[in-house]
Design a binder for this molecule. Structure first.
Ligand SMILES: Nc1ncnc2c1ncn2[C@@H]1O[C@H](COP(=O)(O)OP(=O)(O)O)[C@@H](O)[C@H]1O
Ligand SMILES: [Mg+2]
Length: 232
């Protein structure tokens, strides 16, 4: 079952004199695909990292829920990063001494007791869907930026997560591969009911999502279709 996200009055700063996010509230419904847009430096990556739990929420709260209307967290958040979250990092974060398939199966090695053969077969089928089957045993140092990006996307998909947070997942891709990646993200998400948040500068990408959320340089957040306060 997909998970929704309830972000309530979250503020964040890296240093005392500069507030990045100011009382951000946002509800993402289970299975929804949302584009997060805004100029460089407004805090898109920071917001995704707060949702992922990579940085602790200090002011406000972020809850996950599985059924509409629930006021409290109904989802075991301690399981989120381990099993139910796929994160596509803006800077890839591939492990240089592992080849493509070893990078991609890592989430499965951590969470599942399956043989490497089974994990690798699953990785290959995801890689083929992304047009990178030929990178199977190649090391990151030999890959282009666009190839690394697609390896990172395959890794995010590996465990069929309930939530995918993708940080500029098409930033290094040409328009043909942008379309391939977005088709795969959306098709897989819609088929499995995965909730998707995609930070992007691409108009094409944001138009393919269900709705767009704008993060502004004053740290506030605006949505193009919903009054967020009404939805709580
Ligand atoms: N680890 C960090 N320490 C201090 N400042 C940071 C850190 N990460 C990001 N920032 C600053 O926070 C702001 C928001 O960054 P970020 O969330 O990466 O924005 P975006 O993803 O929208 O480009 C920027 O001004 C950036 O320089
Ligand atoms: Mg960023």
């Amino acid at each position: 079952m997909a998970i929704g996200i309830n972000i309530k009055s979250v503020s964040f700063s890296y240093s005392l004199n500069k507030n990045i996010l100011k009382s951000v509230s946002l509800k993402v419904r289970p299975g929804e695909a949302v584009a997060l847009v805004g100029d460089s430096g407004v805090g898109k990556t920071t917001l995704l990292e707060l949702i992922a739990g990579f940085i602790p929420v200090e002011s406000g709260r972020i809850n996950f829920f599985q059924k509409e209307g629930e006021k409290r967290s109904t989802f075991d958040e301690s399981q989120l990063a381990k099993k139910n979250l796929g994160f596509v990092f803006q800077d890839f974060y591939l492990i240089e001494h592992l080849n493509a398939v070893q990078n991609i199966i890592l989430p499965g090695v951590i969470s599942e007791k399956l043989t490497v053969d089974i994990l690798e077969a699953r990785a290959l089928s995801i890689m083929e869907g992304l047009g990178i089957g030929s990178l199977f045993d190649k090391y990151p140092v030999t890959m282009s930026g666009g190839e690394k990006q697609r390896v990172c996307i395959a890794r995010a998909f590996f465990n069929s997560p309930l939530l995918i947070l993708a940080d500029e997942p098409t930033g290094s891709l040409d328009s043909k591969n942008t379309q391939v990646v977005i088709d795969l993200l959306l098709n897989t998400a819609k088929k499995k009911g995965t909730t998707l948040i995609v930070a992007t500068h691409s108009k094409y990408v944001s138009e393919r999502m269900d709705r767009t959320i704008n993060l502004h340089s004053d740290g506030s957040l605006k949505c193009n279709t919903l009054d967020e306060e009404d939805s709580f």
